[in-house]
Design a protein around this ligand. Structure first.
Ligand code: FMN
Length: 202
């Protein structure tokens, strides 16, 4: 069994219409470790030793969050700045994360056609996520295509919450059970609930 950890970060958890259900679904997956960063560290006093040990103990690291100003909610930046230390995650002898996989699960209000060169966001969502992608690379981890929900504010009325949450749970189970098709995922810019790169159950 592949060890998967989900880090959830949402400062407005109580007002969430999508991420809170994704978080609940992730926490319910057997064998997946679930961490709510804003709940555990309300004062941003991240315990570096605990977090580094968590990373050592898992093979796949997933960060789940709503897209805020083309980036992550701030606690994820704080976590990165403190936990991904020189000599641990990168630099001289900093190879402790080598070979692990890193994935982002992100929801954004902008619709998919906005996240194009012609659209009002001007860039694909992958472009905004390049700092995370390169962070993973520098730490010798494989960056997996992000699991994305566009138009997240309209998701309840569009009936997209349930399929997105179900897809997320399927994705996490597939990562856990080595049924995630990494070769197919490599060719995708983003993963969505209607295009999950899963292999059939054995
Ligand atoms: C401070 C803030 C910044 C945001 N920035 C973006 C953004 O850059 N791009 C985007 O598509 N949506 C942006 N949004 C919308 C959120 O991503 C959206 O509300 C969220 O994904 C909905 O999921 P939830 O119901 O689980 O909170 C922003 C929202 C807030 C509150």
């Amino acid at each position: 069994m592949t060890k998967v950890i989900v880090y959830y970060a949402h400062p407005g958890h109580k007002h969430s219409h999508v991420n809170r259900y994704m978080a609940r679904a992730a926490a319910a997956v057997e064998g997946v470790t679930y961490v709510d960063l804003y709940h555990d560290y309300p004062r941003f006093d991240i315990d570096v030793n605990v977090e580094q040990q968590r990373l050592l103990d898992h093979d796949v690291i997933v960060f789940q969050f709503p897209f805020f100003w083309y980036s992550t909610p701030s606690i994820i930046k704080e976590w990165q700045d403190l936990v991904l230390e020189h000599g641990f995650a990168y630099g001289h002898e900093g190879d402790k994360l080598a070979g692990k996989r890193f994935m982002v699960a992100v929801t954004g209000a902008g619709p998919s056609d906005a996240y194009t060169h012609e659209g009002y966001q001007h860039f694909p969502i992958r472009t905004f996520l390049t700092p995370l992608e390169q962070t993973a690379r520098l730490c010798k981890m494989q960056f997996l295509a992000p699991y994305v929900l566009y138009g997240a504010l309209r998701a309840p009325e569009d009936g997209l919450v349930e399929p997105h949450v179900d897809g997320y749970q399927q994705l996490l189970k597939a990562l856990r059970d080595d049924r995630y098709d990494l070769t197919a995922a490599e060719k995708m810019d983003v993963v969505t609930f209607d295009k999950l790169p899963l292999r059939k159950e054995a």
